[in-house]
Ligand binder design. Sequence first.
Ligand code: SME
Length: 160
Amino acid sequence: MSKASKATDVQAEMAQLALHAKSAQELMTRIVELLHERMLKYNWVGFYMLEAGRPPMLVLGSFQGAMTPHTRIPLHQGICGAAASTGKTVVVDDVNQDPRYLACSLETKSEIVVPVFAHGKVVGELDIDSHFPAAFKDEDRALVEFCATLVGKTLEKSSK
Ligand code: SME
C-alpha cells in the first residue's frame, strides 16, 4: 500500500486510535505521528495547549517536524493565537501574505490551525504547516477538525 493516503482513510484510522488510546496525551502523540507520516504535504504537525494565566499562553505539546522557535504563543499573536482566541479554524493558503503569520520554517507556504474544545471551551489547537501553497482543501479541513474533536472528547472523559 502506498504511504500517501487519502484524508478519508486516515480519518478512519484516527477513530481507531481514539478507541485504544490510554490518555489524551497518548492520543495527541499518535495523531501527530500518523498525520505527519501519512499526509505527505503535512510537513509540521503539532498541538499547542492553552495554559491559563495572565496572560494565557499556547504552549507547544506533541509535535512532528523541525523544532520551532514558537514554543509559547500569546493569544494575540500568530495564526495560532487567532484560531484559539476566535474558536474558529483558520486556513491560510499563502502565509507570506498574512500579516499574523509567525514564521516557523522558511519553507512553510500554507497553514491550518483548528481549535480543540473540551466542555465548550478552547483548551488547545492542532497546527499544521505545509511546504506547498494552498495545501489544505475541504477534505483536509474535515480530517484535522475530526482529529481535534477526538482529542477534545478524550480530554472531556479524563476531566469530568
Ligand atoms: N505559524 C504559527 C506559529 C507556529 S509554527 O508554525 C509551528 C503562527 O503563525 O501562529
